[in-house]
Design a protein around this ligand. Structure first.
Ligand SMILES: [Zn+2]
Length: 266
C-alpha cells in the first residue's frame, strides 16, 4: 500500500483471529527445556564475559565488554519478559522463579513490571491507559517544568529513563512499580506478588553493595553499572522503535475515539 493510500483511522483489514491462525502451530508450543537452555546459554555467556574482562583487565577490552555485556543483560530481560507473558513455560511456578532470577539480576521488579506490562499490551495505543512511550497530552505538557521538558525533548535522557519509570512512572501518571499499595498499577489481589518482587530487587541491591565492599567501586562500575546502563539504553531504544511508526502513521486513541497521529520528539 502506498503512503498516500494509507488511512490510519480505518480499521485494520484483518482480524486478530486471522493473525493467530496465520502463525504456524509449532510456534504456540511452549518447550520448557528449550527455554531453560536459552537461560543457561545466556548465563554462561554473562559469566564468561566477566571472567574474560577480569582476566584481561585491559582498557582496550573494556568498551567491548560493556557493549557485549549490556546486550547480554538485555537478553536476560527479554527472557524474563517471556516468563512474564507465560510463554516461557506452561508451568507458572517455573515462569515466576526464572523470571525473578533473571529480572532481579538486572534490577527489574519482576511482578511489578510484569503487571504494568500486561496493562500496556491490553491498552496499546490508548493515550490514557497505555504504559509505554505514551505521547503527552497538551495539558500534561503545559504542566511540565523547564527541566522536565528539557530532559524529555532536548537531551538524550529518555534513553536512560527506564529506572525512573519503574520508580515513578511517566509524566502525568503516578505510582511506583515497587509499591504493592499502588492502586493505579496493581489490583489488591496482586499485592503479595509485588512484595515478593520488591524483596528480590532489594536483595540484589544488597548483593551489589556487598560486592562493592569487596571489589571496590571502579570494578563494580566496569563490571556491572556500565553494562546496566547499556542495557537500559537497549530497552528504551527498542521499545521506542516499537511504538513509533514510519511517517507518523501510528494512531493514538483516547477513550474509544482515535484522536490523531502524533509524532513524539525524542
Ligand atoms: Zn510484552
Amino acid at each position: 500500500m502506498g503512503d498516500s493510500e494509507f488511512d490510519p483511522s480505518s480499521p485494520p483489514p484483518f482480524r486478530l483471529s486471522e493473525i493467530r491462525s496465520a502463525i504456524p502451530n509449532h510456534c504456540w508450543v511452549k518447550d520448557t527445556w528449550r527455554s531453560l537452555g536459552y537461560v543457561v546459554r545466556d548465563i554462561f555467556v554473562v559469566f564468561g564475559l566477566i571472567v574474560l574482562a577480569v582476566y584481561l583487565d585491559n582498557w582496550a577490552f573494556w568498551p567491548f565488554y560493556w557493549a557485549a555485556q549490556g546486550t547480554m543483560f538485555w537478553a536476560l530481560f527479554v527472557l524474563g519478559h517471556d516468563c512474564g507473558h507465560g510463554s516461557f513455560s506452561e508451568n507458572p511456578t517455573i515462569n515466576s522463579v526464572v523470571g525473578h532470577i533473571l529480572h532481579s539480576s538486572i534490577l527489574v521488579p519482576y511482578h511489578g513490571w510484569r503487571i504494568s506490562h500486561r496493562t500496556h499490551h491490553q491498552n496499546h495505543g490508548n493515550i490514557e491507559k497505555d504504559e509505554s512511550w505514551v505521547p503527552l497530552s497538551e495539558k500534561v505538557y503545559k504542566e511540565m517544568g523547564f527541566s522536565g521538558k528539557f530532559f524529555r525533548f532536548r537531551a538524550p535522557f529518555p534513553l536512560f529513563a527506564y529506572p525512573l519509570y519503574l520508580l515513578w512512572r511517566s509524566p502525568g501518571k503516578s505510582g511506583s512499580h515497587f509499591n504493592p499499595y499502588n492502586n493505579n498499577l496493581f489490583h489488591h489481589s496482586e499485592r503479595n506478588h509485588v512484595v515478593i518482587s520488591t524483596v528480590c530487587w532489594t536483595l540484589m541491591v544488597v548483593f551489589l553493595f556487598k560486592l562493592y565492599t569487596i571489589i571496590g567501586f571502579l570494578q563494580l562500575l566496569r563490571l556491572y553499572i556500565i553494562p546496566y546502563l547499556v542495557f537500559i539504553m537497549w530497552l528504551d531504544f527498542v521499545t521506542y522503535l516499537h511504538h513509533h511508526g514510519h511517517y507518523n502513521k501510528l494512531p493514538w486513541y483516547r477513550g474509544k475515539v482515535k484522536i490523531h497521529n502524533i509524532h513524539i520528539l525524542l
